[in-house]
Write a protein that binds this ligand. Structure first.
Ligand code: MN
Length: 236
């Protein structure tokens, strides 16, 4: 597996600090982490650059992990993935739906809705795990846009056809497990449950994954970063 760090955030200030993950994680795990260049003063240019670089990287047909950054990076990453694999499937681990009203350049709160509304992805190919906080405008969106939610691998294993992209928001975990992220929600899965699910997803045609929303500035005892390391070790 190849690793790429993307030190980029577009979260209206709330995810500031997440850009430090690629640099900080190297203290805990030895991986060859290449860098995708972004410009924090130019959101549009950064998202375009992530998209272009991801397209090049995905051409090489290797397994890839993109390490954020916040969840806004998944918009260009998944768009690039679907260019390469038009029948691709998106699995998302997240406490949230990330389907708020789209802004001009998708933020971490609505990258998934932007993908759907810009018709870059077929809704039937999206599978969400761990969602437990749905905002009112997302409920309205859900009435018109049926998405697949699941709790265990057995619910999805017969529905998944084609190459898979897995997006992991670290806030999918139960709130006490992840002090180092902004949008924490109670009632989430344990480490064991998430790692087991990743092991099963790995047996599918997993092509690429991202891991986002880890904020080293909030993660004073490296608890959240250690969970991230376990995820990386399970994926690789
Ligand atoms: Mn989230």
């Amino acid at each position: 597996m190849k690793f790429f760090g993307i030190s980029f955030v577009n979260g209206l200030g709330l995810t500031k600090g997440c850009e430090k993950t690629p640099k900080t994680i190297k203290k805990l795990i030895k991986i060859n982490l290449k860098k995708i260049k972004t410009d924090r003063f130019n959101i549009k240019k950064s998202l375009e650059s992530i998209y272009k670089e991801a397209k090049k990287i995905l051409e090489k047909d290797e397994d890839i992990l993109f390490l954020g950054g916040d969840h806004s990076i998944s918009f260009p990453l998944v768009a690039a993935f679907l260019e390469k694999f038009p029948d691709g499937v998106l699995i998302v681990f997240d406490a949230h739906m990330d389907c708020m009203s789209p802004m001009k350049e998708p933020t971490n709160e609505e990258w998934l809705r932007a993908l759907i509304e810009k018709e870059k992805i077929n809704k039937e190919k999206i599978f969400l795990f761990g969602v437990r906080k749905i905002y009112r405008e997302e409920k309205i969106f859900l009435k018109k846009n049926k998405l697949n939610f699941f709790n265990s691998f057995s619910e999805i294993k017969n529905k998944i056809r084609g190459p898979v992209y897995l997006s992991v928001d670290i806030d999918v975990f139960d709130a006490p497990l992840v002090p180092g992220t902004f949008y924490r929600e109670k009632g989430g899965p344990s480490l064991g449950k998430v790692l087991n699910l990743i092991k099963k997803i790995k047996q599918l045609d997993l092509k690429a994954a991202d891991l986002v929303e880890i904020n080293p500035e909030k993660d004073l005892n490296f608890e959240t970063l250690r969970l991230a390391v376990k995820i990386i070790e399970t994926l690789k």
